[in-house]
Unconditional design. Sequence first.
Lengths: 116, 113
Amino acid sequence: DQQVKQNSPSLSVQEGRISILNCDYTNSMFDYFLWYKKYPAEGPTFLISISSIKDKNEDGRFTVFLNKSAKHLSLHIVPSQPGDSAVYFCAAVNLVSSGSARQLTFGSGTQLTVLP
Amino acid sequence: GAGVSQSPSNKVTEKGKDVELRCDPISGHTALYWYRQSLGQGLEFLIYFQGNSAPDKSGLPSDRFSAERTGGSVSTLTIQRTQQEDSAVYLCASSPRRNTEAFFGQGTRLTVV
């Protein structure tokens, strides 16, 4: 039972356009969400996060939107650049929990290809 | 080093052999995760250690898989009697106690032939 879902395994976007990566979750206890980027042969690296008390967080070209009622978040990259081509994972956690229950749950990832 | 270190970076083993994968987390990080990524697949959770709490082993795919974290620092993932379907990149990550951002190592690419 996947609690965090990324339903699009791949996305192609033209350079300069907007990339929109989507993520859905089922566990209403999640209260903190993160996006990671992964290049081939490297480990994932943290990109941006958002707390459930917010609906938007912006960092340069990257903006994450959270719709709690829909249990949906999205990552917007504007403008997209060829160097953004990577696999993007969303992750969620329940910060209120403790011990072994407080762990990141990842989606299956979306391969973004930005075409020059 | 400043980051999460995993060794070996690549491992080729024969089917049926045991393998040990090592993870050195960032110093002071209390949380440690093991994931794996098979070809064309997403991140698959394996096991999670948090401080002195009992680890969450719910992601281990079979009893051939086990992990230890000694002294709250270094972790070893052991796969016994390896099978071809165990071939994947095994990723380790750690995070500080009060920060959920997990830092990943570069992974160990395991190939079972």
